[in-house]
Design a protein around this ligand. Structure first.
Ligand code: GLU
Length: 294
C-alpha cells in the first residue's frame, strides 16, 4: 500500500497569490488526494508588518477558483502560545537559550541529512551547519521565526511530505536541526524548480505571476491546473496521449506514473492559451452533448 501523505500549502498573506504558490498548492493537493491523505491550508501570518486580511481573502478565493479543497485550515498567529511552549521546552532541555535581547536561539544544533523525492538524500555541508547552529527561534518581539513556526506546525499537524520551491532547499537544512532538537522525524521533501519568465526567475512583481489576473481574464480554472501541472511535473511516458491531463487524470498519474522536477520550468503564455482553448472547447462539446441527450 502506498503511504498516505499529509501535505500543506503555507502561503504568507502579504500580497498577491503567486502562480508558483498555485503550482505548489496543486502538487501538495494531488499528493494528499492521490494517496488518501490530508491536505492542510496554513496561513503564515506572523509578519505583522506585512500581513493583510485582503490577502487572506485572495488566498481563499484562489484555492476556491482552482477547486483545491482542504481538510483543515489554521493561522500561525493563533498558535503563538504553542511556539513559545515548544521553545521553553527546548530551553529546559538545554537545547536553546534566551539571548541578550530577550529572543530565543538554538544552542549548537547540527544540520542533518534528509530525503528529497526528486534529488534523493541531501547531506549537509559546513555552510548548512553554520546556518543551522545558533539560529533564532523566537525574536525579541516574541514572534516566532518562520523556520521554527513552520517546523512546529508540520510536526503538530502530522505533515509527512513537504513540496515547495527549490528556493527553500537551504532552509530545509536549518529545519533539519530543529527537527533533531525536537526529536521528531523529518517529513519527505520535494523541492520544485523555479518558474522562469523570459529567462529570469518569475518574481512576485511580474504581472504574469498573479493568479487572480487569470481568473479575471476568464481563463478556465481546469486549463490553469493542467498548465501548472506541467510546470515541474512530467508523466513517465510523455507522448501525445498526455496532451491533456485534467485533474481526475492527474490524480491517477501524479504519484504512480510521473515525476516532479527540480530543473527550472519555463512559463509560456502561449501554452496556457492553448490549454485554455482546448478545455473550453471540451466543455462546450460536453455541454452540447448533455443538451442533446436531455
Ligand atoms: N510561508 C512560506 C512561503 O510562502 C512557506 C514555505 C514552506 O512551504 O515552508 O514561502
Amino acid at each position: 500500500m502506498t503511504k498516505r501523505f499529509t501535505t500543506r500549502i503555507a502561503p504568507s498573506p502579504t500580497g498577491d497569490f503567486h502562480l508558483g504558490t498555485a503550482r505548489t498548492a496543486y502538487f501538495n493537493w494531488l499528493a494528499a488526494r492521490a494517496s488518501g491523505g490530508r491536505f492542510i491550508l496554513r496561513i503564515d501570518d506572523t509578519d505583522l508588518a506585512r500581513n493583510n486580511e485582503d490577502s487572506v481573502r485572495v488566498i481563499l478565493e484562489c484555492m476556491d477558483w482552482l477547486g483545491l479543497d482542504h481538510d483543515d485550515m489554521f493561522r500561525q498567529s493563533d498558535r503563538l502560545a504553542r511556539y513559545r511552549e515548544v521553545a521553553d521546552a527546548l530551553i529546559r532541555d538545554g537545547k536553546a537559550i534566551i539571548a541578550e535581547n530577550g529572543g530565543i536561539v538554538m544552542r549548537n544544533g547540527l544540520a542533518a541529512s534528509w530525503t528529497d523525492l526528486i534529488g534523493g538524500t541531501q547531506a549537509p555541508g559546513p555552510k548548512n551547519h553554520d546556518l543551522a547552529s545558533g539560529q533564532v527561534l523566537i525574536k525579541a518581539d516574541g514572534m516566532p521565526v518562520y523556520h521554527f513556526a513552520s517546523v512546529v506546525d508540520d510536526i503538530d499537524s502530522g505533515v509527512n511530505l513537504v513540496i515547495r520551491g527549490i528556493d527553500h532547499h537551504t532552509n530545509t537544512f536549518r529545519h533539519s536541526a530543529i527537527y533533531c532538537a525536537l526529536d521528531a522525524p523529518m517529513p519527505d521533501f520535494a523541492h520544485l524548480g523555479l518558474i522562469m519568465l523570459d529567462g529570469k526567475k518569475m518574481s512576485k512583481r511580474d504581472d504574469a505571476a498573479s493568479l487572480l489576473s487569470y481568473r479575471d481574464a476568464g481563463v478556465d480554472p481546469d486549463a490553469m491546473l493542467n498548465f501548472l501541472l506541467r510546470l515541474g511535473w512530467g508523466p513517465a511516458r510523455d507522448d501525445k496521449s498526455m496532451a491533456i491531463i485534467d485533474r481526475d487524470r492527474a490524480l491517477t498519474l501524479f504519484l504512480a506514473e510521473g515525476r516532479m522536477r527540480s530543473s527550472p520550468a519555463g512559463f509560456d503564455t502561449a501554452k496556457l492559451a492553448s490549454f485554455d482553448r482546448k478545455y473550453k472547447s471540451r466543455k462546450a462539446a460536453a455541454a452540447a452533448s448533455a443538451e442533446l441527450s436531455a
